[in-house]
Each structure stands twice: as structure tokens, then as C-alpha cells.
Design a protein around this ligand. Structure first.
Ligand code: NAI
Length: 415
């Protein structure tokens, strides 16, 4: 019996072959983290939609076997740990997982469970597609022109967390080192933060973004950086980005500055244009000329700001899905956090996590179920059936609870 159970568990695991191809059984075990704050509400909604869509698309031939793993407040309550080792191991073992948002204590406690999860599993690419769904209220006059995918570096820059409080032994030691060894004067009462950005991490992130543009026939990849001021971190990100573009994708790319008279200022057909923009200017560009940008590759902090701003352009954080992807596994999650003011009210918008689930289904190759969900979400919105965050900005809408919205989407799967 025990052996039978073991072999059953094994066949139900998603596996990665040596060449990076995913093998997905018809009944894969997928670990999930419910999350804090609005997590339980939006996870329950997303799970019911994912299950219904898989059932609808594959008529019982396929089914996800969900397996709960703990992190955040629930983990702390039950195990006294914020991020148990078993959770990390389960994600490694099962290759794909999905999670709700987790609270980060400011200025105390564990630094961030989210950051720890991404770093420990080396989920180096935070991938956030931003796409407008017709009917969603937006501050833009032409939100349909916003169609981008942000690739945010997910392990370094401010995520490396090298920081010391002002007037501590560590901060004073660094200030003394800077003065004595390098001749740099820093005010004695300064807090100190260090942001490392490595060639390896920058290159692999940009390479992944370019590969995505090639796989999806997208015309450009923009490296967004603050290299005019931070020349040796952000500037180096740009330099390494261009380097990896030329070395790995030379036949498939053209650099924007090379689009001179020989090309009449236009990209040759089938080539991806690699360009760069300074981060502050990019915030203006995505408002004024969003149609000029397709894939964005950027260091951690820029990517954090930019993805929330872009989410606002297409309706807000409740609409913003995402994924953290590494070489060995991936964790799918919404862009937003725990939205404490909506916690336990059944009023949050679950679309962000439902669409993160769609990204997971696409990652597994279950595209029929993914597409069925997208169409049903679109249909619900076009009928004005939405949660509070959207309803309060729409001239005609019926406000639904989070759980009711999930049911509405499920009912529209078959139509
Ligand atoms: P937040 O993203 O949780 O919420 C900001 C605002 O966005 C909310 O007040 C709400 O108006 C709106 N919002 C977000 N998600 C929504 C949804 N699904 N439906 C409707 N409205 C939604 O950001 P905040 O308040 O700065 O962070 C709260 C906590 O979440 C913090 O502890 C933070 O560290 C954590 N956080 C966790 C993340 C994760 O787990 N990946 C990501 C970002 C923040």
C-alpha cells in the first residue's frame, strides 16, 4: 500500500527534464500558499475558477491536485516559523506553485517572506504582464494601447537587503571604512544601504526577457535603468543587457541606435529592437507612448515602481497578475499585497490571482483552460459584473463580492 502511494505521488509530480522541458501529468500536485490579508478570499475564488476551467476544458481527463503549504502569518501561527523549510522543498519538488500575498512587517520581524522565497528558490525573473481588458475603468484615454510585459530582476538590488540602521556599530564601521579606505565622506548619522547588481543576474534576466520577446513575436525589449546617476550598478545593468543581447541573440536583434538610414529608422522584419530608457523618463513614456513598449527588462526597484504604475493604467492592482520564475521552478502570484483594508470582507478583486493562475496554466501548457478563463473574465467585465474596486469607477456596474465574482466567471466558462 505504502509503495503504491509513493509511486502514485511520483507520477503526479510535474518534472523538469535535463533540457528544461516540463513534463506535466494529467493530475499534477500543485502546492499553494493561501496568503495573508485578502489572501484567503482571493485564493478561494481563484481556486474555484481554475478547477472549473480545467474541468470544462478537459472534461475530467485532467485535474489539479492542490496541496497546501504554509508561509507567512498562518505558518507562524501553526509552526512558529514564517517560511518553513518544507514549504521551500515542496515548491522545488513540484516545480510550479501558486501563492496569495504575504504581509511584510515594516521595520521589525522577518525582513520579508516574499523576498526570502524568491531568493531561496532563485526565482530570478519576476514576470508581470500588463494588458487592458475592455470595459475596465482606467485613467488613460487609450488604455488599450498598454500591452507590456515587465521582467523585473528578483534577487538583487534592494532585494539583497544590505542595510544598516543609523548610529549602529555596523553603520559606523562602514562610514569609517568609506572615509579611511576610500576617502569618501558620509554624514556620521547616516543609515547605510548597499545595492549590489551582478553581471550574471543582470544578464540572465535580460536574456529571459529577449527570449520571451522572440517566442511571442514582440517587436522590442527596453532596458529601464537609472544609469545616468548610478553608473556602475544601473548603468552596468544596461551595458550587460546590450552585451547579452548581442552575444546570445545577435542574429535576431537590432539595437535601436543602429536603426540609422540603412534601415530607414525601422526594425528589419522579424528582428527584436533592443533599446534603453532612463527610469524617470520611462514613467512619462508609458503614459504618453505606451504603444512603443512591449517587453521591459529592469532591475528590482525600478520594476517594483513601474509594475504598480502600469497596473493603475489598466484598472488597478486588482487586475495585475504575475509570476516569479527561475530555472528549476516557478511561483505564480498577483502583483499586489495583502490589502489589509479588504481583509476578511470578501470584497477584494480576485482577477489578479485568477490571471496569475492563467499564467500558471500556460506555463503547464494547459492553454485551453487558460483561454477559457480569460474569455469568461472578459465576458463578466463586459456585462458590468465586477468587484468593488472596479464597480465604484464604472458608470454602469453591478458590484459583486469576491466569491460571487468567481461564480460569475465559472458560469461564463461554457458560453
Ligand atoms: P497592497 O498591494 O496590499 O494594497 C494597496 C491598495 O491596492 C489596497 O489598499 C487596495 O486599495 C488596492 N488593492 C490591492 N489589491 C487589490 C485587490 N485584489 N482588489 C482590490 N483592491 C486591491 O499594498 P500595501 O497596502 O502597500 O501592502 C500591504 C501588505 O502587503 C504589506 O505588508 C506589504 O509588504 C505586502 N505586500 C506583499 C506582496 C506579496 O505578497 N507579493 C506584494 C506587495 C506588498
Amino acid at each position: 500500500m505504502e509503495n503504491k502511494e509513493k509511486s502514485q505521488a511520483k507520477t503526479d509530480r510535474i518534472t523538469l527534464t535535463a533540457d528544461g522541458t516540463l513534463r506535466v501529468p494529467d493530475n499534477p500536485v500543485v502546492p499553494f500558499i493561501e496568503g495573508d490579508g485578502i489572501g484567503p478570499d482571493i485564493w478561494a475564488a481563484a481556486k474555484s475558477v481554475l478547477d472549473a476551467a480545467v474541468g470544462f476544458a478537459y472534461k475530467g481527463r485532467r485535474k489539479i491536485i492542490w496541496s497546501e503549504i504554509l508561509a507567512g502569518e498562518k505558518a507562524y501561527r501553526e509552526t512558529n516559523e514564517w517560511l518553513p523549510e518544507e514549504t521551500l522543498q515542496a515548491i522545488k519538488d513540484h516545480v510550479a506553485a501558486i501563492k496569495g500575498p504575504l504581509t511584510t512587517q515594516v521595520g521589525e520581524g522577518i525582513r520579508s517572506v516574499n523576498v526570502a522565497l524568491r531568493q531561496r528558490l532563485d526565482l530570478y525573473a519576476c514576470v508581470r504582464p500588463i494588458r487592458y481588458i475592455s470595459g475596465v475603468p482606467s485613467p488613460m484615454r487609450h488604455p488599450e494601447r498598454v500591452k507590456m510585459v515587465v521582467f523585473r530582476e528578483n534577487t538583487e538590488d534592494v532585494y539583497s537587503g544590505i542595510e544598516w540602521e543609523a548610529q549602529t556599530r555596523e553603520a559606523e564601521a562602514v562610514i569609517a571604512f568609506l572615509k579611511d579606505s576610500i576617502g569618501v565622506d558620509v554624514a556620521k548619522d547616516s543609515a547605510i544601504g548597499i545595492k549590489p547588481m551582478s553581471q550574471r543576474a543582470s544578464r540572465r534576466l535580460v536574456a529571459r526577457a529577449i527570449q520571451y520577446a522572440l517566442d511571442h513575436d514582440l517587436p522590442s525589449v527596453t532596458l529601464v535603468h537609472k544609469g545616468n546617476i548610478m553608473k556602475y550598478t544601473e548603468g552596468a545593468f544596461m551595458k550587460w543587457g546590450y552585451e547579452v543581447a548581442r552575444e546570445m541573440f545577435g542574429d535576431h536583434i537590432v539595437v535601436e541606435s543602429d536603426l540609422g538610414p540603412a534601415h530607414d529608422g525601422k526594425a528589419p522584419p522579424g528582428k527584436v529592437v533592443i533599446k534603453d530608457r532612463i527610469a524617470d523618463m520611462m514613467f512619462q513614456q508609458v503614459l504618453l507612448r505606451p504603444e512603443s513598449y512591449h517587453v521591459i527588462a529592469t532591475p528590482n526597484l525600478n520594476g517594483d515602481y513601474l509594475s504598480d504604475a502600469l497596473a493603475a493604467q489598466v484598472g488597478g492592482l486588482g487586475m495585475a497578475p504575475g509570476a516569479n520564475i527561475g530555472e528549476d521552478c516557478a511561483v505564480f502570484e498577483a502583483t499586489h499585497g495583502t490589502a489589509p483594508k479588504y481583509a476578511g470582507t470578501d470584497r477584494a478583486n480576485p482577477i489578479s490571482l485568477i490571471l496569475s493562475g492563467v499564467m500558471m496554466l500556460e506555463y503547464l501548457g494547459w492553454v485551453e483552460a487558460a483561454s477559457a478563463i480569460e474569455k469568461a473574465v472578459q465576458k463578466s467585465i463586459s456585462e458590468g459584473l465586477v468587484t468593488h474596486d472596479l464597480a465604484c469607477r464604472m458608470p454602469v456596474a453591478r458590484e459583486l463580492r469576491c466569491s460571487e465574482f468567481a461564480q460569475t466567471v465559472i458560469e461564463r466558462l461554457s458560453t
